[in-house]
Write a protein that binds this ligand. Structure first.
Ligand code: BGC
Length: 424
């Protein structure tokens, strides 16, 4: 293998999201979801990584690794605790945190909405509320105006497909736990509308901003029978959001694995029929999707490795998804805004990073304008409906003491970032 050289101004980073690391996000829908009777969440987020207080240490660690970018989110539930009421102290917190990011020599990349909603909006129906897109746009404008002199890179909405699919089709055990096609459709349409509204709101607040959303994308592997279903699902989960973002400055691509869609014989014939009749797909899709496309332990051909999440170990899947966005939106700048692996074997994380970067480099060689690689995650953190069981961090966090330990994979990615080279 040969050494790979990356562009000089490549963004090299790690990501977190407020609810997953800050701790005490007790004004949000997720907080309530974790604590409700009969919850499907194994752990409440609780103090998380106490990043709210320990951000100076975490930022210093990220910079010390050699990274040049930190992607983090601002928490809507903290900043707008009641509809239309903005919390000055919370805003000051994010200004101070952003100053720390800048002082450490890191480029801040701010996600405006990463899964958790303010409780007041959840009470209105969350993404089923007709005014949710306008409310997010107002919030975004407010935050971006405040951060204007400091932050240039914004991710508007993190993984709208996962929000819709996970919480409104009941596929991932996310709030609000709706379970029907109608809710899924409405939530997805509202999220697509929000993409269209939030980008101009950010641009109005800061005309020099670089704005994009982040899309959860799979490398799909469908057999003959599974292909129509896969295309239908991919369209709904990935493509509709890309279409809504056609005028954005960049697209964030987030790919963790390859997903098999295998539908033998009669199932495939039935489903093909159902796909043509909306009422039938309405009945067939939720169980089908959960079984076929979201089984955390899908049957994989013999010899394939799995990660802690149950996903296929497939770091190069990100090459396939970059290629796909490049085909749909030719010339659009792309950033890998998440790519990572849950594992207890840090050598495997290093292998995952290298495999992903080789795939990214191939796309760069092919002329795809990839501007950066941001690893998920900086820290072991709260993995939504899986609680603290998944270790995604370049930096380990001891759950008892919250002590941070830089892992060899963190130093490895930092070295690549510092030199701009992946050694062959
Ligand atoms: C999300 C993160 C999550 C990660 C790992 C992405 O879907 O943006 O919040 O922790 O994947 O599952």
């Amino acid at each position: 293998m040969t050494d790979l050289v990356f562009p000089k101004d490549f963004l090299w980073g790690a990501a977190t999201a407020a609810h997953q690391v800050e701790g005490g996000n007790d004004n949000s829908d997720w907080w309530d979801w974790e604590l409700r009777p009969g919850t499907n969440c194994p752990d409440p987020s609780g103090i998380a990584c106490d990043h709210w207080n320990r951000y100076p240490e975490d930022i210093a660690l990220a910079a010390g690794l050699g990274l040049n970018t930190y992607r983090y989110s601002v928490e809507w539930a903290r900043l707008e605790p009641e509809e239309g009421v903005f919390d000055g102290a919370a805003l000051d917190h994010y200004l101070a945190m952003t100053d720390a990011v800048l002082a450490a020599g890191l480029i801040p990349m701010v996600t405006l909405y990463h899964f958790s909603l303010p409780r007041w909006l959840a009470r209105k129906g969350g993404w089923l509320a007709p005014d949710a897109p306008a409310l997010l746009a107002r919030f975004a404008g407010r935050v971006v105006r405040a951060l204007a002199g400091r932050v240039r890179w914004y991710c508007t909405i993190n993984e709208p497909g996962v929000v819709a699919f996970g919480g409104y089709l009941g596929a991932l055990g996310f709030p609000p736990g709706r379970l029907d096609m109608g809710s899924w459709d409405r939530a997805a349409a509202n999220l697509a509308a929000a993409i269209r509204l939030v980008t101009p709101a950010v641009k109005e607040a800061n005309p020099g901003a670089m704005v994009g959303f982040t899309n959860s994308m799979q490398e799909w592997e469908a057999d003959e029978g599974g292909r129509p279903f896969m295309e239908w699902l991919r369209h709904r989960n990935e493509d509709v959001f890309l279409a809504a973002a056609a005028d954005d400055d960049f697209v964030g691509v987030q790919t963790y694995t390859r997903v098999p869609v295998v539908l033998p014989g009669w199932q495939s014939v039935l489903l093909r029929g159902a796909l043509r009749v909306p009422a039938l797909i309405g009945m067939a899709a939720p169980p089908m999707i959960r079984k076929q496309a979201l089984d955390p332990n899908p049957p994989l051909p013999a010899g394939r490795r799995r990660t802690q999440m149950g996903y296929e170990f497939r770091p190069q899947a990100v090459g396939a998804t970059l290629r796909r966005v490049a085909a749909l939106l030719p010339g659009k700048p792309l950033i890998v805004t998440e790519h990572g692996i849950a594992t207890d074997d840090d050598a495997e994380r290093i292998e995952f990073i290298d495999g992903g970067l080789r795939a990214v480099h191939e796309e760069l060689d092919a002329g795809v304008p990839v501007l950066g690689y941001i690893h998920w995650s900086l820290l072991d953190n709260f993995e939504w409906a899986k609680g603290y069981s998944q270790r995604f961090g370049l930096i380990g966090v001891d759950r008892a003491t919250l002590a941070r330990t830089v892992r060899p994979s963190g130093r490895h990615l930092g070295e690549i970032a510092r030199t701009g080279r992946l050694l062959g």
